[in-house]
Design a protein around this ligand. Structure first.
Ligand SMILES: Nc1ncnc2c1ncn2[C@@H]1O[C@H](COP(=O)(O)OP(=O)(O)OP(=O)(O)O)[C@@H](O)[C@H]1O
Ligand SMILES: [Mg+2]
Length: 310
């Protein structure tokens, strides 16, 4: 088990796992921690959010680093995706990794479980935090991840299907922790993702549902990530994190107003109109992620203090 590793996991797709992994990794790195962000979802969207997708796609080596580890090669991350932030990419080879683990598991049940921990252990000492973006399906990869990490963070939307996904993770969590595979596994908590800032009743009901599923309010983070589809799309399109997008808002607004002025003056359509437009919701979204990062750090600190005094 890697004591500084955190899995962002859910049994349902599209609930914010990748967006949150990217934003938190970037914020922790910007705060001076040495961070490794690991993508084990063949969709490889972490690379889009962090802006390294095109480079990896052009080389065609997405997922090779982790696959290589199964053959005994050391994992070589992509260095300096941001200052203090290295990444392990996913891609087509991640599918191959899943197939290999499946056949390994069929030959020798339980043998696939340590694959992620074995792959990451040799480089773990270089990092203060390791965040792992999990796929929504593939219980085998999810289980291998839960066997490798100390901490679990569950994003969820407010709908029933997402709460169902949360329940799936909860059973997997109990299985990995209870069977003695990884008794140190600790649930940092679940949080609501993509809820409207005005949707109080929806978020209150969903928070109650999460608390009921996970065994109490203490497992529900105070922070919620607001619904901000425009800003989220801008982030992924530009390979920028919400706080980076927010920093570009004033410049983008200036360019937009300049374009408007040029159009009024008969200058025709300006490039800034479509290319540099940034959603105004970037600021609120960045604020939510900053709160999430603080709450996650606080919860890790409380857990570590409890461990020391135990
Ligand atoms: N704050 C937000 N508000 C609304 N939509 C968002 C927000 N953040 C991200 N999205 C959008 O929600 C979708 C799902 O986000 P994301 O990829 O982070 O989820 P995921 O759980 O990793 O999905 P998957 O299971 O496919 O890996 C994306 O299209 C993304 O652009
Ligand atoms: Mg994802």
């Amino acid at each position: 088990m890697l004591p500084q590793a955190l899995a962002v996991i859910q049994g349902k797709g599209g609930v914010g796992k990748t967006s949150c992994t990217a934003a938190l990794s970037g914020l922790f790195a910007a705060a001076g921690r040495r961070v490794l962000a690991v993508d084990i979802d063949p969709q490889a969207n972490l690379g889009r959010d962090l802006g390294y997708y095109d480079e990896v796609d052009a080389r065609g080596d997405g997922g090779r680093a982790l696959l290589g580890a199964l053959h005994g090669y050391p994992v070589e991350p992509i260095r300096n995706v941001r200052p203090n932030l290295d990444c392990v990419s996913a891609g087509d080879a991640t599918e191959e990794l899943t197939h290999m683990l499946t056949s390994r598991e069929m030959r020798r049940p339980g043998s696939a479980q340590t694959a992620i921990a074995d792959a990451l252990t040799p480089l773990a000492r270089d990092y203060d935090l390791i965040l792992i973006d999990c796929p929504p399906s593939s219980p085998l990869l999810q289980k291998a991840t839960l066997s490798a990490v100390q901490y679990v963070l569950i994003p969820t939307r407010a709908d029933d299907a997402s709460i169902d996904g949360l329940l799936k993770v909860d059973s997997l969590f109990a299985e990995v922790k209870g069977a003695g595979v990884n008794p140190s596994l600790h649930l940092l908590g679940a949080f609501l993702f993509g809820v409207g800032v005005q949707s109080k009743r929806i978020s209150d009901d969903a928070r109650q549902a999460i608390a009921d599923c996970l065994g109490g309010d203490k497992h529900v983070l105070h922070t919620q990530i607001r619904y901000a589809e425009g800003a989220a799309q801008d982030c992924r399109r530009l390979g920028l994190l919400p706080h980076e997008l927010e920093a570009k808002l004033p410049e983008a607004n200036r360019a937009r107003f300049a374009a408007l002025r040029a159009r009024r003056a008969g200058g025709g359509r300006h490039r800034a109109d479509s290319d540099t437009r940034i959603s105004g919701s970037a600021a609120g979204l960045a604020q939510d992620y900053s709160k999430l990062a603080q709450e996650v750090v606080a919860r890790i600190r409380v857990h570590r203090q409890a461990q020391v005094s135990a």
